[in-house]
Design a protein around this ligand. Structure first.
Ligand code: ZN
Length: 436
């Protein structure tokens, strides 16, 4: 029997609630912002001049889909550096095009782009909703509003096996242009698809359809998170990669309270598409903020460099758990098991930022937190994924480690992970923020 403490169960339930409230990266940032505000953090705007002092708890949002929160510690930055935790707010999936709706053979369909690398077949036959943000005319300018259709609205029905006889041997494949459009309804001769879609959005937002300018919308799963397994030791939800790490980092920052060291939590959009954007980890966001925090604390350029040289970055992203049905997919000496603790990810080709020293540092953090940890390396004959770790390590020159909780079915619309692992990750990250 897997013994699960009530505290671990509550943390996992809190994660499922966090994800259910965060069906898009914009919603994820809004959910984080609400939790930070409730914990006493206040918002800084990038267009203002900042003055900061020890004890300040602040956050910055860029572009609505990336957020950086920090607690200024009591120790001087050049002497203590910062502890940073990073994760990403985006998940792979289907994004609605700017002019998506078309009437096709008597049906109204929405055209999609494939965002990142989803397991496309998992989106078929799901009860899908829509979530994201809509941009509206507002006088001489515009405003953006979040929108979430949490009920089943759109669908990608499978082709019956009678027309796809080899699907179980050859796998489920879609032509991305012609076979992925999502069904929205039966065509209406009196209302073209485009007008109908605009009306749908306008009604949901209680605005005039003429005021709709454009939108950023993702197909989202409407099924809420759930526990499964004989001891309910696993959970399933959409976007565990990487909202589970966002939630763990956020929980750690809030639990850490007032700290001696300065703690930074940086959650970025666009990891799944390479991070090269104004809000992504490859952009200037974190570098700009660290420089501004240091400047607002009165550090000169020399002391800013000393601060970075003493800092430590933990890149938290999910890891691949060993799957008993597919043993050949794994490196046999690096089997990572669900509910056996946080995973340190290694790759000699720097797809992960971990080196021996940073791995040792994270092992010590886990030991201090009283949680086990595991080590992962990908099969040598398979291409390895990457994370924001190497990108930020290169940009900032900070010692970095790549870690994550083990999970199954990465990039499925319904991923799975372990209750004990999530609690262990929160414990390790909280220890990283509070250990000095
Ligand atoms: Zn990820």
């Amino acid at each position: 029997m897997t013994a699960i403490s009530s505290a671990a169960r509550a943390q996992a339930q809190d994660l499922l609630d966090f994800i259910d409230a965060s069906p898009s990266p914009w919603h994820a940032v809004a959910t984080c912002e609400a939790r930070l505000k409730a914990a006493g953090f206040y918002r800084l705007d990038e267009v203002d001049r900042w003055t900061l002092k020890p004890g300040n708890r602040c956050y910055v949002v860029r572009g609505g889909s990336s957020i950086v929160a920090f607690t200024l510690g009591s120790q001087p930055l050049p002497e203590s550096g910062m502890t940073l935790i990073g994760a990403h707010t985006d998940s792979p999936g289907l994004r609605i095009k700017p002019r998506p709706a078309e009437d096709h053979g008597g049906m109204c369909r929405l055209g999609v782009e494939v965002y990142g690398g989803p397991l496309l077949a998992t989106f078929a036959d799901r009860d899908l909703g829509l979530a994201g943000r809509v941009h509206l005319k507002a006088g001489r300018t515009h405003e953006s509003r979040l929108v979430h259709f949490a009920e089943p609205l759109i669908r990608l029905p499978n082709l019956a096996i009678h027309m796809n006889r080899e699907v179980n041997e050859k796998g489920l494949k879609f032509n991305k242009q012609t076979e992925l459009p999502l069904l929205l309804g039966t065509s209406d001769a009196a209302l073209p698809a485009d007008d109908r879609f605009r009306q749908l959005l306008a009604e949901r937002l209680a605005v005039n359809a003429d005021d709709l300018l454009t939108w950023e919308l993702a197909a989202c799963d409407t099924q809420k998170g759930s526990f499964w397994g004989v001891d309910r030791e696993f959970f399933a939800n959409s976007q565990l990669d990487n909202l589970a790490s966002c939630h763990a980092g956020l929980s750690a920052l809030i639990a850490a309270g007032d700290t001696m060291q300065t703690c930074v939590l940086a959650l970025f959009d666009h990891e799944e598409v390479g991070s090269e954007s104004a809000v992504g980890a490859g952009g200037s966001l974190l570098g700009d903020l660290l420089q501004r925090i240091a400047g607002a604390c009165g550090l000169d350029a020399e002391d800013q460099r000393r601060m970075l040289a003493r800092s430590f970055f933990i890149s938290a992203d999910m890891a691949h758990a060993w799957h008993p049905n597919f043993p050949a997919a794994y490196e046999p000496c690096h089997k990572v098991m669900i509910n056996a603790g946080p995973v340190i990810k290694h790759n000699a080709n720097q797809r992960y930022s971990t080196d021996g020293a940073s791995a040792a540092r994270f092992m010590a953090i886990c030991e201090k937190a009283g949680v086990p940890c595991q080590q992962y390396a990908h099969r040598t004959d398979l291409g390895c994924g990457s994370t924001i770790g190497p990108i930020l390590a290169a940009r900032l020159g900070i010692a970095s480690v790549d870690v994550g909780s083990p999970m199954w079915a990465m990039h499925s619309v319904r991923e799975s992970a372990g209750v004990i692992d999530h609690a262990a990750m929160i414990a390790a990250l909280t220890t990283a923020f509070t250990q000095q």
